[in-house]
Design a protein around this ligand. Structure first.
Ligand code: NAP
Length: 175
């Protein structure tokens, strides 16, 4: 599957590390240091491009940015074809990690859906990036769990299959 990733940090590169060996083609985007992103992408067997390139390229688009820059990043997507799937990995954390930026009347996934009306958004917070970059995912012998949440059943199935490539336990729920 073709996968565009917005955000080439710990999560974006960690997921690239598990997806490329499983035969997926990955394009990374949205780093403030294009040379560093190109070097990391080369090591991981991925391509690089602009956000618009990655969104146009991907059948699935992984959003792996700090929550505070989601709006700015998604604006750079332009006007993509509708129906693409966004795998939203972002946590709406305050920059100092002291709590959440949004409360319980909405969610980060709903905010992403509002920013990207062209997309079918699936929320699935992946395991800690430290584990994605390690040689196994287990913590104290246990697989991490990933909850999968979204309104579109087919989109949830697609993301569940991708999450499954890194073999955590899965919980799937409607939002
Ligand atoms: N880390 C984890 O264990 C983990 C686990 C689950 C979910 N998450 C969530 O996943 C998302 C990404 O986390 P991460 O740990 O991968 O973050 P990160 O390492 O800081 O990576 C963020 C990426 O966004 C890019 N970016 C572009 N413009 C930016 C700006 N103005 N400010 C900050 N970054 C900018 C960064 O560019 P540069 O390359 O120039 O830095 C980097 O490529 C977050 O929402 C986080 O809460 C993280």
């Amino acid at each position: 599957m073709k996968i565009g990733i917005i955000g080439a940090g710990n999560v974006g590169t960690g997921l690239t590390r598990s997806l490329v060996p499983k035969g997926h083609t990955v394009m990374l985007s949205y780093s403030r240091d294009a040379a560093k992103m190109a070097e990391v992408a080369k090591d991981l067997g991925a391509k690089t491009g602009s956000v618009a390139d990655a969104v146009a390229f991907g059948e699935v688009v992984i959003l792996a940015t700090p929550y505070t820059v989601n709006e700015e990043a998604l604006k750079e997507a332009g006007n993509p074809a509708s129906g693409k799937i966004i795998w939203d990995c972002t946590n709406p954390l305050k920059p100092d990690f002291s709590g959440l930026l949004i409360g319980t009347t909405t969610s980060a996934g709903e905010q992403t859906a509002a920013l990207a009306p062209w997309a079918r958004v699936v929320k699935a917070i992946p395991p800690f990036a430290e584990r994605l970059h390690a040689d196994h995912l287990e913590i104290a012998g246990e697989k991490p769990g990933v909850f999968i949440c979204g309104n579109d059943p087919e989109a949830r199935r697609v993301i569940a299959r991708l999450v499954w490539t890194s073999a955590p336990n899965l919980w799937v729920a409607n939002s």
